[in-house]
Write a protein that binds this ligand. Structure first.
Ligand code: 5GP
Ligand code: ZN
Length: 114
């Protein structure tokens, strides 16, 4: 998608603080962090949200969740606790329409979320 911010980050056209990448996934720090650790894990392939996932995307999902754990371990929050969030569509708070998982940690989280 030519006008997608995260596609541009994935290919390096927009700079980001990348903490992990592999052939399927890139993870970088959120520009407006909501916790001491706030990393976004995104598939390299553009899709709008989890609602665009298909039956054959099992390998991609494994890569995403493997990356989430790797990021949590590298950031030193895996043992304490991690919140993983994906917002789907506008009312849920989605503002960038390229699938991404927020990986948050380093402070106690409240429930219910705002
Ligand atoms: P959403 O609101 O779609 O769930 O999450 C989008 C996230 O992307 C927000 O937390 C926002 O701060 C972050 N974000 C938006 N634009 C950029 C950017 O250009 N670079 C980085 N690193 N994060 C961004
Ligand atoms: Zn995109």
């Amino acid at each position: 998608m030519s006008d997608c911010i995260f596609c541009k980050i994935v290919v390096g056209d927009i700079r980001a603080d990348v903490v992990y990448s592999d052939d399927q996934v890139v993870a970088f720090r959120d520009i407006n962090p909501q916790a001491p650790v706030h990393v976004l894990v995104v598939p390299r392939r553009h899709m709008e949200s989890i609602f665009d996932l298909e039956e054959g995307d099992g390998d991609l999902l494994w890569a995403v969740f493997r990356a989430i754990r790797e990021v949590a371990e590298r950031e030193g929050i895996a043992e304490r606790g991690v919140r993983v969030v994906t917002n789907v569509r506008e009312e849920a708070g989605q503002s960038v329409f390229h699938l991404h998982f927020h990986v948050l940690g380093g402070r106690r989280m409240a429930w219910p979320p705002g």
